[in-house]
Design a protein around this ligand. Structure first.
Ligand SMILES: [Zn+2]
Length: 343
């Protein structure tokens, strides 16, 4: 798969292709940007492109995706390619000094078949201090045939001494239209579902490609049901739901979906483009609820949810927090008056 199959990232890939074309490839690059947008994939493509066996075509140097070298890099069996990842077995995954020693061993030798020995370090910010110091030594005097690719969503967690020895390439989330187009093409799903998944994953293409459509729609049904005017009328329903969600450890999931609903209400309230609504398929319900609620209240509730998400690892009583938010939403949309007048 060549560079052009990446979703977005035109700028960093153009820089990489230019470096290949003019034979000015650096010894180390830092690919940084948000999680799940395709940085590691771009680094894999670059490793393939530099070692690709196929003759350069009219579009300049690229990975053909089909030659032996490209396929071996993809399968992680290429003798000149090493992928280093944090040890996922641990509660706090780290890249250890032994893994960097392995990299050093790899880089001592000239490439066996390719142009360069390539080492890709994913989640490079998870290197221990010892590992980072060991890597720094290699970066200070890189072997002529070596190429080190660091990938991270937290560049500032890396020592400045390492960052300064890499050429930095910033990756940003591709535009929503690009994410949607990719989902329609690669997953063969209808445009409305593609738009929905792009919005739910906030345009993180990696997540959007993997998200289970059926279960995501089921979550949407469940939590939109919870914040529906009908459900908000009954305090008993709300309290029981908060308790049940807390017991099954689904309070964070509930808060996430309530947040999406509140943002939709706010967007409707300010007259935003309906295409930006996660719950577009519930537009009439959103319109009805948005009429009753003050934007200021929505913003307050969204701030509270954001604060809860930040505090998620600390000892917060999520059941109480969920109850409070649901009851405040009930007050905000005036569900209690509907309940009183209908009884
Ligand atoms: Zn190739």
């Amino acid at each position: 798969m060549p560079f052009r199959d990446l979703i977005g990232h035109e700028r960093p890939t153009a820089i990489l292709k230019a470096a290949l074309l003019h034979d000015r490839v650096a010894h180390a690059y830092l690919f940084y940007g948000e999680d799940g947008i395709g940085k590691r994939l771009a680094a894999m493509r670059f490793a393939q492109a530099i070692n690709c066996d196929t003759e350069v075509g009219p579009d300049g140097p690229d990975a053909c995706g089909a030659c032996r070298s490209c396929r071996q890099i993809e399968a992680l069996t290429h003798p000149d390619f090493l992928l280093i990842l944090p040890d996922q077995e641990q509660a706090n995954p780290q890249i250890k000094i032994e893994q960097i020693r392995e990299l050093e061993q790899q880089l001592i030798y000239r490439p066996l078949v390719g142009q360069r020995k390539v080492c890709l370090i994913d989640e490079a910010d998870r290197m221990t201090l010892g590992a980072a110091n060991a890597l720094l030594k290699t970066l200070e005097e890189p072997p002529a045939h070596s190429l080190i690719l660091l990938v991270t969503s937290r560049p500032f967690a890396l020592p400045a001494t390492i960052r300064s020895r890499c050429q930095s390439l910033r990756f940003s989330a591709p535009a929503r239209t690009q994410v949607e187009a990719a989902l329609i093409m690669k997953r063969e799903i209808p445009p409305a579902d593609a738009r929905f998944l792009a919005l739910v994953t906030e345009d993180r293409i990696g997540q959007a490609l993997q998200a289970e459509l059926g279960s995501t729609r089921a979550q949407q049904d469940e939590f939109c049901g919870l914040v529906s005017t009908k459900s908000l009328q009954s305090v008993t329903t709300l309290l029981a739901a908060a308790e049940a969600l807390h017991k099954t450890e689904r309070a964070p999931e509930a808060l996430e979906w309530i947040g999406r609903w509140l943002r939709d209400l706010l967007l409707v309230r300010v007259g935003a483009d309906p295409d930006s609504l996660v719950n577009l398929d519930r537009l009439s319900e959103l319109n009805a609820a948005a009429e009753k609620v003050q934007p200021g209240t929505l913003i307050e509730l969204l701030d509270e949810i954001a604060a809860l998400e930040r505090a998620a690892t600390r000892n917060v009583n999520l059941q109480l927090a969920l109850e409070t938010i649901l009851l405040r939403l009930r007050d905000a949309v005036g569900a209690q008056t509907i309940a009183a007048s209908s009884s």
